[in-house]
Design a protein around this ligand. Sequence first.
Ligand code: G1P
Length: 289
Amino acid sequence: MTRIRKAVFPVAGLGTRFLPATKAVPKEMLTIVDRPVIQHVVDEARAAGIEHFIFVTGRNKHVIEDHFDIQYELDRTLSERGKKKEQQLLAEILPAAGTASFTRQQAPLGLGHAVWCARDIVGDEPFALLLPDMLHKGETPCLKDMIDAHAKLGGNHVAVAPVPEEETHQYGIVGVKDRKAKVSEITEMVEKPKAGTAPSNLHISGRYILQPTIFELLAKQEKGAGGEIQLTDAMVALAASETFFAVRFDGEIYDTGSKLGFLAANVAYALSDPALKDPFRAEAKKLLG
Ligand code: G1P
C-alpha cells in the first residue's frame, strides 16, 4: 500500500467570524494556549508520520509561511541569552528544509477548489487533508488511526464523529455499514443536508485520506452547497468507483472557527497543560463562582 507522506492544509479562509481579530492576523494564527491553531494541526500530522506539509494559502497569509521558517535574528538573540529551552521549542516546529510547500488559492471558490490547488504539489499519490479549524484532541492523533486503517485497507478515508441531530445541516454527513465499528465502509455522503434528511448523525470532522483521482473530479469545478466547489460532492462522485471508509474519532473535537469552540479549545488545552492546569483551574473557579 502506498505510504501517506504528504498532507494538505487549506488555510486561505478569510476568518470573518473573528473580525476584527482576523483583519491583519490569519485565523489559523490565533492561539490555543501557547501555539497557533495551525501548529496544533501540523503537530498532529507530524505525529502521524507526515513528511511533507502543503499549505494552500491566500493573500494576507504570509505569517503562516514565516511561522514555519527559521527566524534568524530571534534564534541568534535566544542563543546569546542562553535561552536553550525556547530555542529548542522553535527547532521542534521547524519543518526540515524542502518539506513545506506553499501555494495560493487565488479566489475563495470553496474547499474543493482549495484542495484542487494543491494537485501539482501532491502529484500522483494518496495524501492526507486536514482542515485546520477542527482540532482533534485524543489519546492517539486522529490522522494516525486513519493512516493505519489506510495501510490495511487502501481506498479513501474520512474521520467521523457524532453531532447532535440539530447540527447535521452544518456539516458533511455520512451513512455507514456498521455504526458500531471503529472503521466502517461508507454507504452515503452528503454535504450540509437539509433538516430531517441526514443519513445519520455522523459528521465529517475535517480529516481525510484521499486518492489522487479526486483531483480529476475536482477539475470539473462544479458548484454545490452555498454556490461553492465542494469537496464532498467530488468524494460522492469518486465513491462510484472507489471505496470510502469512515474512521470514528473518539476524542474531543473543537471547531475553532466558532467563538465558542475556540474558547472551549483554550480551556481544554489549558487543563491538559502540566504547568498550567492547577493555577488555571483555580483562576477559572474564581471567575465561574
Ligand atoms: C467543511 C466540509 C464539511 C465538513 C466540515 C468540517 O465544511 O465541507 O463536509 O463536515 O468542513 O468542519 P465548512 O466547515 O468549510 O463549511
